[in-house]
Design a protein around this ligand. Structure first.
Ligand code: MN
Length: 292
């Protein structure tokens, strides 16, 4: 099942290029603040699921071209992100910056990105006016369904609601990683959520990213250093996970520069694809960026 957030925080099921509005199955007020309808949908999915087929039978279907798709989860409790989580990217970073191999997700754990950095499949990536390199990272997003604490790897799959495409955008440099990765629009996710039952094997998912039709990143989740279940185990050893929490699973090799007017495409077969415009913004400069 493919679940989208569209127009003013409406929730819909996507099938063959159209979306059916199922917002009324969820107890929330679409368009109100904070936009938490999708969290309620995910948190009560087991109760909603039996009502869905009847609802879809009488639903009005609207072509996707007639709606605006938003980031599928607008107000998550947290966006967890794993750094350096593919062997080939580690060697690339070692070459470039002298980082040592202990600087991996298995030795270093995870970090958080600001939730407000999330943006949707029809939103541009807006670059701040800095004289720094700004890079793309092609990542699989894991969406938490059932929450919990201390979820062991052998139970982790029961806690996955689904998957989505995610680009982790980052200003390269030595400042705190959270600040470099948290500009507005630095976490495009979408185009919708795909429920876990549609993915045959979480350890065999292809992902790729192109800039202006040039392939920059290509990988498969079999090459992850910290596996999907272990990411959930590690994160939940520290924090309670909640329905709708997002885990960005780390980048493979091929990270590279984004410039204004670029077109970035992320493609994860079975999960989705997004084509995003990169634009130059006016906001984001601060003296802190001029110190190094
Ligand atoms: Mn990343």
């Amino acid at each position: 099942m493919r679940i989208a957030n569209f127009d003013h925080d409406r929730i819909g099921i996507v099938q063959s290029g159209s979306v059916a509005d199922i917002s009324e199955l969820i107890d929330y007020d679409p368009g109100s603040w904070p936009p938490t309808g999708m969290l309620r949908f995910i948190g009560s999915f087991d109760e909603i699921k039996p009502k869905l087929s009847e609802m879809l039978g009488r639903a009005r279907w609207t072509p996707l071209s007639k709606v605006k798709l938003n980031c599928p989860i607008l107000w998550p409790n947290k966006v967890i992100a794993y750094p350096a989580n593919y062997h080939d990217h580690i060697s690339e970073m070692k070459k470039g910056t002298g980082l040592i191999s202990t600087f991996t997700a298995s030795g270093q754990g995870f970090f958080l990105k600001a939730n407000s950095s999330l943006s949707g499949p029809e939103d541009p990536i807006v670059l701040p006016p800095l004289s720094r390199e700004i890079h793309h990272e092609c990542e699989l997003a894991i969406i938490i369904g059932k929450g919990g604490r201390n979820i062991g790897p052998q139970r982790a799959l029961e806690h996955i609601f689904g998957y989505s495409c995610l680009i982790d955008v980052v200003v390269r440099g030595k400042e705190e990683r959270v600040m470099r990765k948290s500009f507005d629009s630095f976490c495009p996710m979408g185009p919708y959520l795909v429920t876990a039952d549609e993915i045959a094997d979480f350890a065999d998912i292809d992902l790729e990213l192109s800039v202006n039709s040039e392939l920059r990143q290509k990988a498969n989740t079999r090459d992850l250093i910290v596996s999907v279940p272990e990411m959930i185990a590690m994160a939940s050893s520290v924090m309670t996970l909640f329905p709708g929490d997002i885990i960005a699973s780390g980048t493979p090799a091929g990270v590279g520069r984004l410039k204004a007017n670029d077109r970035v495409e992320i493609r994860i077969p079975g999960v989705g694809e997004m084509m995003l415009n990169v634009t130059q913004g006016a906001e984001g400069s601060h003296a802190v960026w001029e110190k190094t």
